[in-house]
Design a protein around this ligand. Sequence first.
Ligand code: 5RP
Length: 217
Amino acid sequence: MTQDEMKAAAAAAAIEYVEVGMIVGIGTGSTANHFIDQLAKIKHKIDATVASSVASEERLKGHGITVLDLNTAGALSLYVDGADESNKSLHLIKGGGGALTREKIVAAASEKFVCIADESKLVDVMGSFPLPVEVIPMAQSYIGREIVKMGGTPVLREGFITDNGNVIIDVHNLSITDAVKMEADFNRLAGVVTVGLFAERPADVLILGTPNGAVTV
Ligand code: 5RP
């Protein structure tokens, strides 16, 4: 089974969590895209969706699925999204696609967060995947220096501007043994909009696509 087929298997399994009349929060990325395509098959069952990126919004609308603004939708019962890495506590690194801020907002507003990924995303210690940090442009150099003090290597994501008009610094060479503390440490830096660590609000369920099908962690 290819990595993409494993992503599709995890996405298909997440459909089990969708109930009649729900407004479903939708993540961003290739695994979330598989979920959107599966959701299209049962679109009559749900009321609407809230998208975490312009790209996901366009894909949902392409399937004829209603997309609401989060302020209109109110609290959500379910959020389904992918991840770049997860540990066994279901702390996540997200933001490989640059949508981390909206993803964190929609996850925070949702009662249940179902994370879908292929099995390669589950790791013992996070940090091999560079940690994305969305930053207000004028703070980029200051935050870069602070990241060096924290032991990381900051690399500006060249030519990339987020849906919110900010830049992304990808932090290499971190070994994230205390994700809750590291998330708080980044959140204390002036100019950080969002760090792509989802530890204070981790996933509630992790569905991994494996060569033998989907497995729930
Ligand atoms: C986007 C994300 C994605 O969930 C993450 O990058 C995983 O992407 P993919 O499903 O394509 O592997 O956080 O900001």
